[in-house]
Design a protein around this ligand. Structure first.
Ligand SMILES: N[C@@H](CCC(=O)N[C@@H](CS)C(=O)NCC(=O)O)C(=O)O
Length: 197
C-alpha cells in the first residue's frame, strides 16, 4: 500500500498500525516536504493525510482506509468489533476530542492568539468531557473498552500520544483512560509508530 502521510499525524499512525496488524506492507510518501504536499494535492482535493493507494484504488480518510484493510485482509491481530455501533460512538467521541485539539494546534502554529478565548475554552471543555465519558465506558480492568485491542483502543492511544507529542492538551486531565495507553504501549505496531519529527 502506498500511504501519503507524515510520522506525526495520529490518523496516519492508525493506518500504519492497522496495516502492521493485518500484514500489509506500507510504502510511505512523506507529505511533510513541499514535494510531498504537491504529490498529495495531485491525489486528493481534501489535502489531508492519510491517503492510501491500494489494490488499484485511491482512498481518503483513515476510517475508510482502515475499513478497506480489515474488509479485504481481515482483522489480523486486532479485535473485531462486538458492537459496531457502540464502538463507532467511542471512535467518534475520540475523534471529536482530537479534532478540537488539532484545530487549536493549527491556529497557534499560524500565530493566531487563540489561548484563553471562548473558542479555545470550548474546545478544551469538550475534550475534558469526552475523556471523562470515555472513562465510564472502560471494561472493569480499565485496560480497554472491549476487553482487547481494537479500533477504539487504537484511536484513544494515538490521540493521547499525539497530544503529548505536540503538548496541545495536558493528558494528565485524561487520567481516567490512562490505563488503556499503559496496557498496550509495548505492542510492536504501536511502539514502532510513535510520533516523531
Ligand atoms: N478525518 C480525517 C482527518 C485527517 C486529518 O485531520 N489529517 C490532518 C493531519 S493529522 C491533516 O492532514 N491536516 C491538514 C490540514 O488540515 O490542512 C481522517 O481520519 O483521515
Amino acid at each position: 500500500m502506498k500511504l501519503y502521510g507524515t510520522t506525526t499525524s495520529p490518523f496516519v499512525r492508525r493506518v500504519r498500525v492497522v496495516a502492521a496488524e493485518v500484514g500489509v506492507e506500507v510504502d510511505r510518501l512523506d507529505t511533510a516536504t513541499d514535494a510531498g504536499q504537491e504529490a498529495l494535492r495531485e491525489v486528493s482535493p481534501i489535502r489531508k493525510v492519510p491517503v492510501a493507494v491500494i489494490d488499484g484504488r485511491t482512498i481518503y480518510d483513515s476510517r475508510v482506509i482502515i475499513d478497506w484493510l480489515v474488509t479485504t485482509r481481515s482483522w489480523g491481530g486486532l479485535a473485531p468489533p462486538r458492537d459496531r455501533w457502540h464502538e463507532q460512538n467511542l471512535v467518534n467521541a475520540i475523534d471529536a476530542a482530537l479534532d478540537s485539539v488539532i484545530q487549536l494546534f493549527y491556529l497557534r502554529r499560524d500565530g493566531v492568539a487563540i489561548d484563553g478565548t471562548p473558542y479555545a475554552d470550548r474546545q478544551l471543555a469538550r475534550t475534558d468531557a469526552i475523556f471523562a465519558w470515555l472513562a465510564t465506558q472502560l471494561a472493569p480492568d480499565k485496560r480497554s473498552f472491549t476487553g482487547a485491542f481494537g479500533l477504539p483502543e487504537l484511536a484513544l492511544i494515538t490521540a493521547l500520544d499525539w497530544m503529548d507529542f505536540r503538548k496541545t492538551y495536558p493528558t494528565e486531565r485524561a487520567h481516567g483512560v490512562e490505563g488503556v495507553r499503559a496496557a498496550w504501549k509495548d505492542r510492536p505496531s504501536l511502539a514502532s509508530t510513535r510520533p516523531h519529527t
